[in-house]
Design a protein around this ligand. Sequence first.
Ligand code: WTA
Length: 640
Amino acid sequence: MPEAFVAPGQAAKPTGQYCDMVLKAQQEPEAFWLQQAQRLTWQTFPQAASRSDFTGDVVIDWYAGGVLNASESCLDRHLQTQPDKTALIWEGQDEGQREVLSYRVLHERVCRLANVMRRLGVKKGDCVAIHLPMVAEGVIAMLACARIGAIHVVLFGGFSPEGLAERLSDSGAVLVLTADVARRGEKRIPSKETMDAALQRCADASRVKHVLVVPVTGADVPMQAERDLNYAHEVAQELPTCPAEPMQAQDPLFLLYTSGSTGRPKGLVHGTGGYMVWASFTHAVVFDHKPTDIFWCTADISWITGHTYVVYGPLANGGTIMVYEGLPSWPQPGRWWDVIDRNGVTVFYTSPTVVRAAMREDEAVVRSRSLESLRILGTVGEPISPEAWHWFHDEVGKGRCAVVDTWWQTETGGVMITAAANSVVPRAGAASLPLPGVEATLLDTQSAVVQGAGEGLLCMARSWPGQAQSIWQDHARFKQTYFTTCPGYYFTGDGARREADGYYWITGRVDDVVNVSGHRIGTAEIEDAIATDHEVVESAAVGIPHDLKGQGLVVFVVPREQGVFHPDAVNRAVAAGVGRYAVPEKIYVVSDLPKTRSGKIVRRLLRKIAAHDLDGLGDLSTLADPDIVDELIALVKAQA
Ligand code: WTA
């Protein structure tokens, strides 16, 4: 790799170590990744690093022969060296709610819950669904699953009963953890009620035997005799120690559902050994981890970011994590800045959406806070504009913190492309450089490798430890989704541009996935939900640029009967089928959609029309009915 790829001489804290890692990972990957495996505690150290293969049936196989338990790497080993160090600081959204858990206490709580799960019959390889807001019990539940070898499936609090039911059935979860009620600013979210409705929906297919209800607000909720149990009562009966289940490196640690361009959400499977090495390695390298750090990743635990950088990365590295339950600006603007100041947060990892929202507040909000404990800032989930990057750097970081934009995906397990803090010179708005061992490649539409500066489909030429192994019970779909577009490569679904010196700029999804405030939404899921309304003939969902959310969702819908159909029906169908978070920004009721003569919807046109980007609509003569375009343009203009 040429010198110019990293410029340690210009870095805030020059280090040649990063360069050495890049070279070693490239020249001797087996040795490099076996060396990195030493970051974890193993019951049996692996014999090999990667035996992965992107061709044929596609095998993602890391650390064969290795035996470990993720919870031992996150807890037990720290008990020997730093039992009283703070592992987790939790703050609730109401004033005065705060809890500080040492490694000793976190370990005890995890063990108690692990014992409850074992008593309830959960076995190694069973799936356990976690449906909790940002409370310490969410973290505890994930680690307790890991402890007994159960595969956790964390489900977003914003899913509708239908969305939950689908994932419960697909995963075959045997146990569910939910909250009585969750808080979100002034709103109360009826978690238990929603879960009950979900379980009713999948009654036949469901293998769920018990529901453990965490008393978050203490509200009275209906409890079904025998099935539903109070979390607090159950854990109180158990011992604070629990033997950790020995796991093969390739045994699944968790499933996480995410949206793709087609079909239903897919449960990506992450193995134990490779994922844990990647979580630990990337957390240390990207955020320049120091033992004194108080690391706050603001992501919900139902997101991959919450898995890797709320829980597994920082805890594997013996760090202190901050978990805050509430919204950035509730009950007043600047709430998150107060959380930083009160707790001495040193690393703050959030989303560009949060940064954009904060930029819109009065300057005095951020300027009235000290924020002097911060040393590193990070963003993830969507591109950050140079303007937002600079605001984050200047106003939140007060010009003295490293800012890392991190590009990665549910599928990659952890950060892949970034300007690692204090090792790589950042460039505002650019994802920057692939981490050591990440062989990012751009391919053109003919699958030819783009050399030097250029643009193309972002692919990976070689496996890395954090790579997902498969799609739950559908390896064929895994292969089809990620390894057929560019044979021999992992295809990310994103496009990117590369500068001559190797810096990457992500240009966005090249498939039909829309990214609303970092929520990955498959347009097919939205259209499927809308199709449940019998008054609808067909619909098409597309993403448009949105100032605050990055992208907004727009739906074109063709009703059976014009004039009678009310667009609210679309909102209801999406809220019921997917969740309120996916309700579209704008709905256009139209008489038809632009289609090719073979009947394929021309989404490119819809995207441009919806975004009022009417130049260069291209050759319309290939459409089955070119006149429809004028109708759509007129409608969009009229409703602007
Ligand atoms: C997008 C989130 C630009 C991208 C960890 C990717 C980004 C998808 C960035 C994955 C970034 C994520 N810059 N785009 N820094 N980070 N994306 O699976 O399109 O929820 O494919 O994982 O988000 O979303 P996911």
